[in-house]
Design a protein around this ligand. Structure first.
Ligand code: ARG
Length: 596
C-alpha cells in the first residue's frame, strides 16, 4: 500500500520544520477548513512562533511560514503553496502525486482501506425482547450495531455480534400466567409433570403479542394480578419444569420471528443468546463475588456498591448493583453480569461494545464497575455506545397516529411504500417488471431509513420524516444510491461502446478533487472506529458522491470529443469510485441495485 497524499505532504512539511530547528510534529498537514481555497493546510507556523516567544525570542508566524514555503519550493509533492492570514499555509498537491496515488488506489481491491492486526470484539446489539413485537425503539440499536460490526470486521477485527435477547424478566411471568388463565388445561401448568412436554408450541407469535400486553395492563390496574405474574416469574427462575418448557417455546418462536424482522433490515447475529441462557451461571457467580468481598446485604437484598465512595454514609453517586432482590429474584444487573462471566469463559474478548439506548447509561456504568471490581474485565474493555431516540414531528418518541407503539414491520413497510412513490414521481422504472421494481423500492426504502439514522451523531435524537429521508436530492440514502447506479450505467455504456479503462491521469481540478476524496477513505474508516461514529463514514460517502458528481459534470467521459487516453483514465476513476462507494455503503448496510 502506498501512503496517502496527506501523509506524503505531512512528511515533507515535517522535514521542513525540522530543518528550521522546530519539532517535526509542527509540520502536520490536515484537510483544509476552506476547501474552496486549497484542499490541505498546515498551521504549524503559529505554533512555531509560540515556541520561540516562550524562549524570549522575537517571532512572526508569517515570517516562519515564508521560510517553510521557501524550503519546500520545488518539492516534487507540492503543486502550490500560499500563505494566508496570520500564517496558515494553504497547500495544493502536485498533480503527478495525486495521479500516482490514484493508480495505487485503483490497483487495491480495498480502495485504500488499510487492514489492522485486529482485536477480538463482542458487539451486544439488537436487544429485542422475547414475546414482544419489534417496534421503532429497536431500530437504532440494530442499524448502528450492524454498521459498527461490519466496520470493525472490515478493519480486520475478529467480531462477534450477539443479540442478547431479553427473555428472563417479568414479561415471562406475565406471559405464562396469562396463558394459564386462558388455557388452564395445558400440561405445562400441571406441577406434577416434570418431563415429556410436547415439541409443538402452544402459542404463535401473534398469541404472545396479545397475551403479554393483556397481562401487563391488567397488572397495572390490579396488584393481585401483578403478584400472580411475579410468582410465575419466580417459579420459572427457580426451574419449574413446565414453565421452563414453555419458555423454550417462547424463545424459539420469537427467534424465528425476529430473524425475519432483523433480516428485512439486513441485520444478522452470530449469537442468539439471551438472559435465560446465562441463568445457570448465577449461583457460582454470586459466590465468587461474595468471596471477593464486594457484595453487601441491604435489607435482605444482595447488592454490590459501585459508587466511588465506599463509606455507606457518603454514597451519593452511582446507586448499587442489585444482584438479588429481597424476594430472591435475579434482576437485569444480575443477568448482564452473568453474561459477562459467560463471555469471559467462552470468548475472552479484548473489548465488548454495548449498542443500547442512552437511557440505560447508568445501568451499564453500574454493571461495568461491578465487573471491574470482580476482576473480570478492565474499565477500558467495556463500553456503552448509547444513542438518542427516534422522534415524531412533535419532538416526542415516535408513535402511531393513535399514540400506540409503532411496529418495526409497519415502519419498514412505510419506507418501502414511500420509496415506491418517489420512484414513480421521478419516472424511474416505468418499464421494469414488477419484481425488479419491488426490489428497487425495497433497497431505496432501506437506504433512506438507514442513512437517515446513521448520518446523525449517535447521541442526538432525530425526527422521523419519511418525505425528507426518501428524497433523491440532498444528503439522503436515495441520493447515494442514485450516484452509485449512475456509475454502473456509465460502465455498461462504456462496455457497449468498447471503451476500456486505463491508467489514471490527473489534469482537471475536478479529477484531482475526486482523487483526494477517494484518498480520505482510510482516514474516515479509522475515525469512525476511533469515535464509534458511523456518521463520519456517512459524511465521507456523501462527499465522495458529490465529488464524483462534479467530476461527471466537468469532465466528459464517453463523449466523442474526449481523447482516448482521457476516456480510459476517467473510466478508471469511475470504476474506482464505484468500488469505494460500494465498500462504504455495505458497511452502513446499504445495497445498490443494478439500475434505477
Ligand atoms: N432487552 C433490553 C431492552 O429492551 C436491551 C438489552 C441490551 N443489552 C444488554 N446486554 N443489556 O431494554
Amino acid at each position: 500500500m502506498s501512503i496517502s497524499v496527506l501523509d506524503v505532504l505531512s512528511a515533507a512539511f515535517a522535514s521542513a520544520f525540522e530543518a528550521l530547528g522546530f519539532a517535526p510534529e509542527l509540520g502536520a498537514v490536515r484537510e483544509s477548513d476552506r476547501p474552496d481555497l486549497a484542499p490541505f493546510q498546515c498551521n504549524g507556523a503559529m505554533a512555531a512562533a509560540g515556541v520561540l516567544k516562550k524562549k524570549g525570542e522575537k517571532a512572526n508566524p508569517r515570517d516562519i511560514a515564508a521560510q517553510i514555503v521557501e524550503k519546500l519550493s520545488g518539492h516534487s509533492a507540492i503543486g502550490g503553496l500560499e500563505i494566508a492570514g496570520p500564517g496558515f499555509i494553504n497547500i495544493l498537491p502536485e498533480d503527478a502525486l495525486v495521479a500516482e496515488r490514484a493508480n495505487n488506489l485503483l490497483a487495491d481491491e480495498r480502495a485504500g482501506a488499510g487492514i489492522l492486526d485486529g482485536q477480538k470484539i463482542v458487539i451486544d446489539y439488537g436487544g429485542a425482547n422475547v414475546a414482544k413485537p419489534m417496534h421503532v425503539g429497536h431500530l437504532r440499536s440494530a442499524v448502528i450495531g450492524e454498521s459498527l460490526k461490519r466496520l470493525l470486521r472490515f478493519r480486520g477485527h475478529d467480531v462477534i455480534g450477539d443479540v442478547h435477547l431479553g427473555d428472563w424478566g417479568l414479561q415471562m411471568g406475565h406471559l405464562i400466567s396469562e396463558l394459564e388463565d386462558e388455557q388452564p388445561g395445558l400440561i405445562y401448568f400441571d406441577a406434577t409433570v416434570t418431563e415429556g412436554f410436547p415439541a409443538e408450541s402452544p402459542v404463535t407469535m401473534d398469541d404472545m403479542a396479545r397475551l403479554y400486553p393483556a397481562a401487563s395492563s391488567k397488572s397495572k390496574a390490579d396488584p393481585e394480578r401483578l403478584k400472580t405474574s411475579q410468582i410465575a416469574t419466580a417459579d420459572l427462575q427457580s426451574g419449574r419444569p413446565g414453565y421452563r418448557a414453555l419458555l423454550e417455546h417462547f424463545i424459539r418462536i420469537s427467534i424465528e420471528y425476529l430473524k425475519i424482522g432483523y433480516g428485512e433490515l439486513g441485520v444478522t447475529f452470530d449469537l442468539w443468546k439471551g438472559e435465560a441462557a446465562v441463568d445457570p451461571l448465577i449461583p457460582d457467580m454470586i459466590e465468587e463475588m461474595k468471596s471477593k468481598g464486594i457484595t453487601e446485604d441491604s435489607d435482605g437484598a444482595l447488592i454490590v456498591p459501585v459508587d466511588e465512595n465506599w463509606d455507606p454514609e457518603k454514597r451519593k453517586g452511582l446507586p448499587p448493583v442489585m444482584l438479588k432482590s429481597s424476594a430472591g429474584a435475579v434482576l437485569y444487573h444480575t443477568t448482564d453480569l452473568a453474561t459477562l462471566v459467560d463471555r469471559k469463559n467462552e470468548i475472552d474478548p479484548d473489548l465488548i461494545l454495548y449498542v443500547v439506548d442512552q437511557r440505560q447509561a447508568t445501568h451499564f456504568k453500574q454493571v461495568f464497575k461491578a465487573a471491574e471490581l470482580a476482576g473480570w474485565f478492565g474499565a477500558d474493555q467495556l463500553e456503552h455506545l448509547g444513542f438518542g431516540t427516534v422522534n415524531g414531528p412533535d419532538g416526542k418518541p415516535f408513535t402511531t397516529r393513535d399514540g400506540g407503539v409503532l411496529r418495526l414491520a409497519d415502519l419498514t413497510q412505510m419506507m418501502r411504500d414511500a420509496a415506491y412513490k418517489r420512484l414513480e414521481e421521478n419516472g424511474i422504472g416505468k418499464d421494469f417488471d414488477a419484481d425488479e421494481l419491488a426490489d428497487i423500492a425495497d433497497k431505496v426504502g432501506m437506504a433512506a431509513l438507514k442513512f437517515a439514522d446513521l448520518q446523525n451523531q449517535r447521541l442526538t435524537n432525530y425526527i422521523f420524516d419519511v418525505d425528507r429521508f426518501t428524497a433523491f436530492e440532498g444528503k439522503t440514502g436515495p441520493y447515494l444510491l442514485y450516484a452509485a447506479v449512475r456509475i454502473k450505467s456509465l460502465l455498461r455504456n462504456a462496455a457497449d461502446k468498447g471503451v476500456s479503462a486505463g491508467p489514471i491521469q490527473v489534469s482537471h481540478k475536478s479529477e484531482a478533487a475526486l482523487v483526494l476524496s477517494l484518498d480520505a477513505f482510510d482516514r474516515a474508516l479509522a475515525q469512525t472506529e476511533a469515535k464509534r461514529a458511523p456518521h463520519i463514514l456517512c459524511e465521507h460517502i456523501y462527499r465522495l458522491s458529490q465529488s464524483f458528481s462534479r467530476f461527471y459534470t466537468d469532465c466528459p467521459i464517453l463523449a466523442d470529443s474526449t481523447e482516448e487516453h482521457l476516456k480510459a483514465s476517467r473510466l478508471s476513476l469511475a470504476e474506482l469510485t464505484l468500488r469505494q462507494l460500494k465498500l462504504g455503503l455495505d458497511i452502513i448496510g446499504i445495497e445498490v441495485p443494478e439500475r434505477m
